[in-house]
Design a protein around this ligand. Structure first.
Ligand SMILES: *Cc1c(COP(=O)(O)O)cnc(C)c1O
Length: 361
């Protein structure tokens, strides 16, 4: 069986060494030494000023919205994972969807200004599949209208924009370290910011607002992560170059196999160094997309419709139609891509896809 993704696992021995350490210290969570070590190493590797390790990427989005005191309307993209929108709603703000650019699949900056109202407080955009948005355009609009910016950079581990980590942009960037992501800590995530006052705010928010054992600096939540999760991150970080290289190699192999097919692929931002987080293919119709999916399923290959459905169709958000996002969501598929995927498997997947199109002629 081939799944769309399979988590990278380090040699068990390496994880066990950390587990032994944890047993000796009996310090399991609450900002332990491994959490600190992981934060330092991630900041160094990604060249970030400030980063806080959290229990998941959704918590990162919620802390970001809370730390910026956002209220009213938040302009966001309908083409993302549901957590981007649900975090806005969870924080009692209203998501206002702006449609995507059909080439990059990221929010279309040209449509943002017309969606701004006196109630708009921020823009929350996703760097879809690790491919940066038009950050320069978004930041210029935000500045002009005095809006905050948050980036859902869940897919962005290792992506750089104009030579630095893409997590350095916006007031706050949020990343996920979930097991399905390129770099993972089983469950986990982080917020990154350049602003010390936001770092301080989010550090309180992450830990119930604790300011010492008996004092509280405002309302907080439990956004902490454990030593066990940090240990997985420390192990995986040693393999990150190999993980990134392998994804690139596999993506280029898919490219080569599928070069003679007329599939649309997302256009990568020319100002970035891409991390090849996902291999998505946009078919010409939903029936083609579903056809390929079921053809692969029959052979025990599980590709995934991602992102589907368009978040503009969720039943708990104000309805506003986003034609492009709904169209792309109906016919996009992410093909299997993970560290253990073999060349033979990639070749087989491509042959099945090609065979499917031949049989339809
Ligand atoms: C995975 C993901 C999230 C949520 O991260 P979790 O760590 O699973 O909470 C948010 N946004 C996007 C775009 C994602 O892919």
């Amino acid at each position: 069986m081939i799944n769309v993704t399979k988590p990278f696992l380090p040699p068990q021995e390496e994880y066990k060494q950390y587990i032994d350490e944890i047993w000796q210290r009996a310090w399991l969570t609450n900002n332990g030494p491994l959490v600190n070590e992981l934060e330092l190493k991630l900041k160094k590797y990604l060249n970030l000023k400030h980063l806080l390790f959290l229990n998941n990427g959704t918590m990162a989005l919620q802390l970001a919205i809370k730390a910026l005191n956002l209220t009213g309307e938040i302009i966001t993209t309908p083409f993302s994972y549901v957590a981007t929108t649900s975090s806005i709603v969870w924080q009692h703000c209203k998501p206002v969807f702006v449609d995507i650019d059909s080439k990059t699949l990221n929010i279309n900056p040209q449509l943002i200004e017309q969606a701004i109202t006196p109630n708009t407080s921020a823009i929350l955009a996703t760097h879809v599949f690790g491919n940066p948005c038009d950050i320069d355009a978004i930041e210029a609009i935000a500045k002009k209208h005095n809006l905050k910016t948050i980036y859902d950079a869940a897919h962005c581990f290792g992506t750089t924009y104009k030579g630095e980590s893409v997590l350095n942009y916006g007031d706050i960037s949020c990343i996920s370290f979930h097991a399905t992501k390129l770099f993972h800590t089983i469950e986990g995530g982080a917020v990154a910011t350049q602003k010390p006052e936001l770092l301080e705010k989010m550090a309180y928010l992450r830990n119930f607002g604790h300011n010492g054992p008996y004092e509280f600096n405002g309302v907080g939540i439990n956004g902490k992560n454990s030593e066990f999760h940090a240990a997985m991150g420390l192990c995986n970080l040693n393999y990150i170059e190999a993980i990134l290289d392998k994804r690139k190699k596999d993506s280029l192999r898919y490219d080569k196999w599928l070069a003679d097919m007329i599939f649309q692929r997302p256009e990568i931002n020319p100002k970035c160094n891409y991390n090849y987080a996902y291999y998505s293919v946009i078919f010409s119709s939903e029936s083609e997309c579903v056809g390929v999916l079921s053809e692969l399923n029959k052979r025990n290959i599980f590709s995934r419709r991602y992102f589907y459905p368009s978040l503009s169709t969720l039943n708990y958000v104000p309805q506003n139609k986003c034609k492009m996002s709904e169209d792309i969501a109906s016919r996009i598929l992410c093909l299997p891509l993970y560290y253990d995927l073999s060349n033979t498997e990639i070749d087989m997947i491509c042959r099945y896809i090609k065979r499917y199109f031949k049989s339809r002629k």
